[in-house]
Design a protein around this ligand. Sequence first.
Ligand SMILES: [Zn+2]
Length: 108
Amino acid sequence: MANERKIRCDCGGLMEAKHARFEGFETKAMVCPKCSFTTLTKEQAHQYVKLKQMHRIVDAERRIIRIGNSMGFTLPDGLKEFGIKVGKRIRIEALGPDSFKVVIQNAI
Ligand SMILES: [Zn+2]
């Protein structure tokens, strides 16, 4: 993890790295605790662009299909450019009765 430089806001507050809503997406950003001004560091902007591309590729309604004796759903091929491919390990976590998240495991 790269060291993040301290960035001072125009109002005098010291920007803090935290998850924030930036143009409709939840992403890591620098937020001023005093005036809520939000901006992105170069690294965060890079992450944000990837996040936006990911949303464009994966956000869609899909139908649950039968795979053998199990249920499954397909993932778009465009995810390959994010290193998400057949054989990759994922972890599924329930978020609520009608929602779960899929976390791509970094270790192969
Ligand atoms: Zn401020």
